[in-house]
Design a protein around this ligand. Structure first.
Ligand SMILES: CC(C)(COP(=O)(O)OP(=O)(O)OC[C@H]1O[C@@H](n2cnc3c(N)ncnc32)[C@H](O)[C@@H]1OP(=O)(O)O)[C@@H](O)C(=O)NCCC(=O)NCCS
Length: 228
C-alpha cells in the first residue's frame, strides 16, 4: 500500500536571505572609534579624532553614517591584505559622508564606503542624502575637491550632475596630486530638486538588489527628506 505523503511541518527554506537593515544617522561620540577606523581604511587617516569631534559639534556640518545593526559577513572574498573591519559587536559602519555649509555653499568634505561594501549603491545613496540636506538648508550650490586620478568618485559625482570647474594644483600633500573642483549649480532650482527626487526609487532599487533594506533615517536626518 502506498504511504501518503506527509507535508514536512518544518521545511528548509530556500528563499533568498532577508534584506539587511540599514540606518542613516549623524555620527555621534559613541561611534567615533568606528568612524576613525573607516577613515583610516578608506582615506588614509584624513581627519583626526579632534577633527571628527569638531564636526559632530558644529551646527554647520552634516556628518552622517550608514550603519547596519547586525554583525555581517563580508560581501565578497577578502582582499589580499584586508583592512580590519570597522565594527563592534552588533554594529558596523558601512559608509561616512560629510558636508559643510559655508555661506551659500554645501561643501562635500568626505565620502567613503568601507572597501568590503563598495559597488552596492551605498556611496550614491549617502551622496543623495547629503544633497537633500543641502537643499533643505537652502544652500545655493554644492562643491568638492577630488583627486584627478579618482575616476570612480568623479563618475559618481558626474552622475549627480556635478561639473568640473577647475583644478587646484598639487592640492594633495601626500603625492602632490592636483584636485579637480566639481560643482553642482542651482541646487535650489526645481530641475535639480526633481532630478534628486527621481533618483530616490532607483537608489532604493539598487540597494535592494544588493541585499539591503531601504535605509531608515534618524529623526534629525528625516527632516531633510520632506519637501518644505
Ligand atoms: C567613491 C566611493 C564612495 C563610491 O562608493 P560605492 O558605494 O562603491 O559607490 P556606489 O556603489 O554607490 O556606485 C555609484 C557609482 O559610482 C561609480 N563607481 C563606483 N565604483 C566603481 C568602480 N569600481 N568602477 C567604476 N565606477 C564605479 C559608478 O558610476 C557607480 O554607478 P554604477 O554602479 O551604477 O555604475 C567609494 O569607492 C570610496 O569610498 N572610495 C574611497 C574614498 C573616495 O575616493 N571618496 C571620494 C573622495 S572625494
Amino acid at each position: 500500500m502506498a504511504i501518503p505523503a506527509v507535508p514536512n511541518p518544518n521545511p528548509i527554506s530556500e528563499a533568498a536571505p532577508s534584506p539587511r537593515a540599514l540606518s542613516l544617522q549623524p555620527l555621534t561620540e559613541a561611534d567615533l572609534p568606528l568612524a576613525l577606523a573607516l577613515d583610516r581604511n578608506c582615506l588614509g587617516g584624513l581627519w583626526s579624532e579632534a577633527g571628527y569631534r569638531r564636526e559632530i559639534e558644529s551646527d554647520r556640518s552634516e556628518l552622517w553614517i550608514l550603519t547596519t545593526g547586525e554583525p555581517v559577513p563580508p560581501a565578497r572574498p577578502p582582499l589580499q591584505n584586508p583592512p580590519p573591519e570597522p565594527s563592534q559587536p552588533g554594529r558596523t559602519i558601512l559608509a561616512l559622508g560629510c558636508l559643510w555649509a559655508i555661506l551659500d555653499e554645501a561643501h562635500i568634505t568626505l565620502l567613503a564606503v568601507s572597501p568590503q561594501w563598495r559597488r552596492q549603491g551605498l556611496g550614491q545613496y549617502l551622496l543623495w542624502a547629503l544633497l537633500q540636506a543641502a537643499y533643505h538648508r537652502q544652500l545655493a550650490w554644492a562643491a568638492l575637491e577630488v583627486r584627478v586620478s579618482n575616476a570612480i568618485a568623479i563618475d559618481l559625482y558626474r552622475s549627480f550632475g556635478f561639473q568640473a570647474i577647475g583644478q587646484r594644483c598639487k592640492y594633495y600633500q601626500d603625492n602632490q596630486e592636483d584636485a579637480a573642483i566639481l560643482w553642482l549649480k542651482q541646487l535650489q532650482s526645481e530641475a535639480v530638486y526633481q532630478s534628486l527626487q527621481a533618483k530616490a526609487p532607483l537608489l532604493h532599487r539598487r540597494l535592494h538588489q544588493s541585499g539591503w533594506q531601504t535605509p531608515t533615517p534618524s529623526a534629525s536626518v528625516k527632516q531633510y527628506f520632506q519637501k518644505s
